[in-house]
Design a protein around this ligand. Structure first.
Ligand code: ACO
Length: 155
């Protein structure tokens, strides 16, 4: 499986994977906004025939004034391709790009409290920590953990 930077041509495939994998969905315009504004930060995993089997959609935090913070809007991997290390690789590529292109000092994301797989990926594999809990964050009222990773060179 190849991991490469996402292009405009990949956005429909990313949106399709997102619709299959997660209840948090976005308009095509929002994908386009990511790709045009932060083209270095989103990546796709593709199979040998070029089909998108995983993606990370990432951005820089536009509200933060005192710190440069990267943010993962969404990451997912199609079911048959899970536990192959793809999400780990997608996250690492995006993290590297956040530091290289924007000098990010940390990265944040939201995750459902019940999402054991994703929490394990973030906390146990990638070294994120929970820094906040947002009650009723999701449309169905589930709580979210706010998680963050502080880049070692920034601490
Ligand atoms: N149960 C427990 N731990 C898990 C699981 C699981 N099902 N999946 C991954 N992990 C942990 C393990 O520590 C794993 O390492 P190991 O396989 O050596 O034990 C580590 O994460 C790395 O796993 P990857 O293979 O890189 O993860 P994968 O490619 O399978 O993708 C993901 C993980 C993205 C959570 C996938 O399960 C998925 O797409 N789920 C549905 C969508 C989703 O929940 N996305 C995250 C929403 S939050 C957000 O987008 C900001």
């Amino acid at each position: 499986m190849d991991i490469r930077q996402a292009t405009i041509d990949d956005l429909l495939g990313m949106q399709n994977a997102n619709l299959l994998n997660l209840p948090e969905n976005y308009t095509f315009k929002y994908y386009l906004y990511h790709a045009l504004t932060w083209p270095e930060l989103s990546f796709v995993a593709v199979d040998p025939r070029g089909r998108i089997v995983g993606y990370i959609l990432a951005k820089m935090d536009e509200d933060s004034t005192d710190e440069v913070i990267g943010h993962v809007t969404s990451i997912s991997v199609l079911r048959p391709y899970r536990r192959l290390g793809l999400a780990n690789k997608l996250m690492k590529q995006s993290q590297e790009a956040m530091v290289a292109h924007y000098k990010a000092s940390k990265i944040t994301l939201h995750v459902r409290k019940s999402n054991r797989a994703a929490i394990s990926l973030y906390r146990d594999t990638l070294g994120f920590e929970v820094f906040t809990m947002e009650k009723g964050y999701y449309a169905d009222n589930e709580d979210a953990y706010g998680m963050r990773y502080i880049f070692p060179q920034a601490s």
